[in-house]
Design a protein around this ligand. Structure first.
Ligand SMILES: CC1=C(CCC(=O)O)c2cc3nc(cc4[nH]c(cc5[nH]c(cc1n2)c(C)c5CCC(=O)O)c(CCC(=O)O)c4C)C(CCC(=O)O)=C3C
Ligand SMILES: [Fe+2]
Length: 316
């Protein structure tokens, strides 16, 4: 069988490559406008608190390599060639598309390393890739969407939750609650047809069902330092509420809106949210993020394979 080369474009938010690129990263997030010195310092402090540099760049690369290996093992008739394209850091999404074009790739599959795709954020990654490809005259890009509904994504989190609950004393389970969270967005960024809030709700419900969970809630985290009104409830507020009004004492945080250990998990959850729980006198538990867990990489491979099969007109 002759082998066809397919571009595998993995897209992600991006991260500073080291302490020296924190300023340019934040400036890019702010559409080229340099944030105030106070905001920059505050962000540097947060990266400092998780070790100076985020582990995200390495994890993204490891996830991408693992996925390429998995897809190449699965599809004997195709060779997947990996490209990484980022929203706010180099290599940008457009750089990756240009590299594919330059390498003579004519067809590609693109996947964002984020499970929920708000119109104004993750959905735009695929549009940027397709826009760049249209401008260059190729490759044809199939964008994978809605992979949060994949069975293995639900199974990954259900297994994490079961493992976490297994170490909680029987008597404490009644007062244990699982909190599913994703990145908050400015309310103004969400048009009425945006499926982002519903994706978090639906995915939390599927995971809760698979894990036979009785007590769970959903909330938003990591709202930006801007004057906008952000999607709530914020998980810290939610935690206080679940403590005082719900009587909960053990809090299990599943950041299902992300796929890796990074600032929003290692700082916003493990430092900020843990401080709230500790001040209340409760127990903080945070199951492992997917990173390169084989079940998760398999989930992405399923999603990419389904999208390609669908594209080729073969029933998935
Ligand atoms: C929806 C969404 C995701 C999830 C989807 C996806 O993953 O694609 C995500 C992920 C991430 N966001 C990240 C980092 C940051 N995001 C910021 C700011 C913002 N994010 C936003 C949205 C999102 N962000 C928004 C609407 C802003 C406000 C913009 C403004 O200020 O006008 C800021 C500025 C300071 C602050 O506001 O905290 C930083 C440093 C990192 C890298 C972490 C690391 O390096 O370890 C990751 C994975
Ligand atoms: Fe962000």
């Amino acid at each position: 069988m002759s082998q066809q080369t397919t571009g595998l474009l993995l897209m992600a938010y991006g991260t500073p490559h080291g302490p020296d690129s924190i300023d340019s990263f934040y400036t890019h997030i702010r559409h080229g406008q340099r944030p105030s010195d106070a905001l920059l310092q505050e962000l540097r402090n947060r990266y400092q608190a998780i070790g100076g540099t985020s582990p995200l760049a390495h994890i993204t690369k490891a996830q991408a390599d693992a996925l390429a290996t998995r897809l190449n093992a699965r599809h004997a008739d195709q060779r997947f060639k990996l490209y990484i394209g980022l929203k706010h850091a180099e290599p940008f999404i457009e750089d990756a598309v240009e590299a594919m074009h330059h390498d003579g790739i004519t067809q590609a599959v693109a996947l964002a390393l984020a499970p929920y795709d708000a119109n104004a954020s993750v959905h735009g990654y695929g549009e940027r890739a397709q826009g760049a490809a249209a401008w260059l005259g190729g490759p044809a890009i199939t964008v994978v969407s809605d992979w949060c509904r994949q069975g293995k994504f639900v199974r990954y989190w259900a297994e994490q939750i079961r493992t976490a609950l297994a170490v909680i004393p029987e008597d404490d389970l009644r007062t244990t609650v699982v909190i599913f969270s994703a990145h908050s967005l400015p309310a103004a960024m969400l048009g009425p047809p945006d499926r982002y809030p519903r994706q978090l709700e639906e995915s939390a419900r599927s995971i809760a069902q698979a894990a036979h969970l009785k007590h769970y809630a959903t909330g938003w985290q990591s709202a930006g330092r801007t004057a906008d009104s952000w999607l709530g409830p914020d998980i810290r507020e939610l935690t206080r509420d679940l403590w005082s009004r719900g009587g909960y004492r053990t809090f299990v945080y599943c950041a299902t809106g992300f796929v890796a250990d990074h600032l929003e998990v290692l700082y916003d959850l493990d430092v900020e949210c843990r401080a709230v729980v500790t001040a209340l006198g409760g127990r903080y538990i945070r199951p492992a993020m997917p990173n390169t867990a084989p079940l998760f990489i398999d989930c992405l491979a399923d999603a990419a394979s389904d999208a390609l099969a669908h594209q080729a007109g073969v029933p998935a």
